[in-house]
Design a protein around this ligand. Structure first.
Ligand code: ADP
Ligand code: MG
Length: 725
């Protein structure tokens, strides 16, 4: 394969029809070899088999027109610009092409053949029609008229590179070198997936013989693009699955209370169990114990996810699972069940939260559950004194503490464990290969890892970003939860909205007011929040207790404000978006989001998640005047649904994957041709095919898969660069 492929490394300057000057501009655009050229795909196509008569084009249409330039006119405008107008006629009518401040176009048009093809959107200009800033090219003497009666590729260009150059170069590359292209996909996959061979696809994607052929070619290229990535993820997943980890005796725990487990070397189990025996009842299975431990019945979704987690824990390989569940879906209970099983099996567990505040909240909740059972929970946070820290660390190292809770720094800080069996990571999306290695390097073995996230993302993104993890979704909220009622009000109704807040406060409820400013600058955000705070506390809320929270405050100040709000020493909290995900103040039952237009959908959803956590009806009011179709869609979506996954899907459609909350890496920029929204179905197909392939050939050692392996390696080395930098 390498032999034949080397012909593709031929320098573009040796292609027929590419002169030295064009070769330089191709290289500037990153196209140095025939291979580069074949992989630089058209940005769009023009169907020139059906170029409309100029007399038939309509305002607003995107069209390709063809005709002769009958008049060129260039003149300065009042604003110091130069406007160039070219009137083009095709016998049926005429249309004006206009350009601003591009003198070289005038020179080019004056020197050319006079017949042009132009593409753009038709606008009304007085009694004429015009296309402003069209893409255009000459129809030259040397052009093959055949080229015009067909679908023509339009390539992405950079300065100094002409459409014609790329087209001609691509043509000769296809003519001369297509035979050198080897298909990296084995025939079996092409057949199973009903895909065309690579040569056919390259030919048809560059110079489609019909729209349906182009789509067929695209189908394969999209599949391929998804496929290599999914194979890479499936391999990584399989590697974790193949590692040796802990096998927790879950089945035994589920059936009945087993004899005290023993440690690996056969010695009696550590004293971890001793306290648990206090509440041990003869024959009581784990589910029953869980049932007695929790103050509520688990939802069906929670039970299913706990089952999936326990099944992973029982396998003798490390768990690597992501649990997705919207805010309030009850992830803590799932975490508690996993920890309970780990501790019952003689191991310790660690829970890591993104902030100290959340670590404390978790710790308080878990102590309530585990305290009565004699399972000890250790909170390891920065504000402990040195002596307290030391003692806590000792208890964790000796095994006296069963569960350690801290921030994500918990493991980096070198806390020791007696026998760590389970790591739960809250709201950190990537607990990857590197962190796993860090655990091993610190002598913490190869514990099971459970990642929990309240950031719902569409399935397509989950498959791309977390494709190497197993995933569970808690897709059900606990019963009796009342959905937050969401209203959308124009700014002129603002006073009435605040009167509404006031009357809720008089009933003993609390409210958040979120300040609209979203800025790169924390300082500007803080200023905006201070202003709003000043206005409200001097005005409509002068008789109630108002607090302020923003990113420029010291950690201690922030903590104090949050504590005061939680203790109901404040009625209204004016804040920027710093209120953390997961902050739980059940009495806060109203949120006003000022100028909600400025927020993305996922962010609005995250913000709203801070109310509706208690038993009373909660409200969210979005104050926004419609600025665009997009903003209308966002407000209406928020009003209509509380389902984070639905909201994430809409967000993905509106903004593309790069911009979505919680996904630091963009999704789409990884793809040249595939589109995560449009090609979602194909992604599923490629994922299934990849998993099946790795099951058949885990190391891609079969000769027929060697080209796939090469592609995966290429991807991985790119990924490695991204991870390191
Ligand atoms: P999150 O998924 O946002 O972390 P939590 O675990 O904090 O959610 O749970 C939110 C609230 O719902 C908590 O007060 C918790 O006690 C309660 N809860 C969780 N599961 C159930 C259930 N099955 N039935 C009733 N309440 C539940
Ligand atoms: Mg939580």
């Amino acid at each position: 394969m390498q032999e034949a492929a080397s012909a593709l490394d031929t320098d573009v300057q040796f292609l027929k029809g590419v002169g030295p000057r064009q070769a330089v501009s191709l290289k500037k655009a990153g196209i140095g070899t025939v291979r580069d050229l074949l992989h630089r795909l058209p940005r769009r196509y023009e169907d020139r088999s059906r170029i409309p008569k100029i007399s038939s084009v309509r305002i607003g249409e995107w069209v390709t027109v063809r005709g002769r330039i009958v008049k060129l006119d260039s003149r300065p405008t009042q604003r110091g610009m130069v406007i160039l107008k070219a009137i083009v006629q095709d016998g049926s009518g005429s249309i004006t092409l206009t350009w601003f401040n591009q003198p070289w176009i005038k020179r080019a048009l004056e020197s050319g053949s006079g017949e042009v093809i132009a593409y753009g959107q038709v606008k009304e200009a007085g009694i004429h029609l015009e296309i402003a800033g069209p893409e255009w090219e000459f129809v030259g003497e040397e052009d093959d008229p055949e080229d015009f009666a067909r679908i023509v590729p339009v390539y992405p260009l950079t300065d100094g590179l002409f459409q014609k150059t790329v087209r001609r170069a691509t043509r000769s590359a296809l003519d001369k070198y297509l035979a050198a292209v080897q298909d990296p996909l084995p025939a079996s996959i092409l057949e199973d997936q009903d895909l065309e061979p690579i040569r056919w696809c390259l030919q048809e994607i560059h110079w489609p013989s019909s729209e349906s052929n182009r789509l067929r070619a695209r189908k394969r290229l999209v599949f391929e693009e998804f496929f290599y990535m999914q194979v890479s993820l499936a391999m990584r997943r399989a590697e974790t699955h193949a590692e040796l980890g802990i096998s927790f005796p879950i089945s035994a725990l589920l059936d009945s209370t087993p004899a005290d487990p023993e440690t690996d070397d056969g010695s009696p189990a550590p004293h971890l169990f001793v306290r648990e025996q206090v509440e041990k009842r003869e024959g009581e299975a784990l589910w029953e114990q869980i049932h007695r431990m929790l103050p509520f019945d688990l939802t069906a979704a929670q039970r299913r996810v706990i089952g999936e987690v326990w099944a992973d824990m029982e396998r003798p390989h490390p768990m690597n699972r992501l649990v997705q569940g919207d805010v309030g879906s009850g992830k803590t209970a799932v975490a508690a069940c996993a920890m309970r099983a780990a501790v019952r099996s003689g191991y310790q567990a660690a829970l890591m939260a993104p902030t100290e505040l959340l670590a404390e909240q978790h710790s308080a909740q878990l102590q309530r559950l585990f305290g009565p059972l004699g399972i000890t929970v250790e909170l390891l946070v920065g504000k402990l004194s040195a002596a307290q820290k030391r003692k806590a660390a000792q208890r964790t190292a000796s095994g006296e503490s069963h569960i350690a809770i801290g921030t994500h720094a918990l493991i980096q800080e070198g806390v020791e464990f007696r026998n760590l069996g389970l790591v739960i990571v809250d709201e950190q999306h990537r607990f990857g290969v590197l962190q796993r290695k860090a655990l091993r390097d610190k002598g913490l073995g190869n514990p099971d890892v459970l990642v929990m996230t309240a950031t719902p993302i569409p399935r397509t993104l989950t498959m791309t970003l977390y494709g190497d993890l197993d995933t569970s979704v808690i897709d059900e909220l606990p019963p009796g939860r009342r959905p937050v009622k969401t209203h959308w009000k124009p700014t002129r109704d603002r006073d009435a909205v605040y009167q509404g807040v006031l009357s809720l406060v008089r009933e003993g409820r609390q409210a958040y007011v979120v300040c609209p400013m979203v800025s790169e600058s924390e300082t500007m955000m803080a200023q905006a929040a201070e202003e709003l705070f000043g206005r409200l506390s001097a005005g409509v809320f002068s008789d109630v207790r108002v607090g302020l929270l923003h990113g420029q405050m010291k950690p201690k100040e922030k903590e104090d404000v949050m504590a005061a709000f939680r203790a109901h020493e404040l009625d209204v909290l004016v804040s920027t978006t710093v209120i953390e995900v997961g902050v739980d103040v059940p009495n806060a039952s109203m949120m006003v989001i000022e100028d909600a237009n400025r927020f993305g959908l996922s962010q609005l959803h995250q913000l709203r998640g801070r109310v509706g956590r208690g038993h009373v009806q909660s409200y969210c009011v979005l104050i926004a005047d419609v600025k665009s179709e997009d903003s209308r869609t966002r407000m209406e979506t928020m009003r209509e649904t509380g389902d984070g996954f639905k909201i994430a899907e809409v967000d993905l459609r509106l903004r593309g994957p790069g911009q979505m909350a919680g996904t630091q890496q963009s999704g789409n920029s990884d793809y040249e041709i595939a589109d995560l929204v449009q090609d979602a179905r194909m992604l599923e197909v490629a994922r299934e095919a990849a998993i099946a392939l790795i099951e058949r050939d885990p190391h891609l050692s079969l000769p027929e898969n060697s080209a796939i392996l090469a592609k995966v390696r290429e991807r991985r080395s790119e990924l490695a660069v991204i991870t390191v930098s």
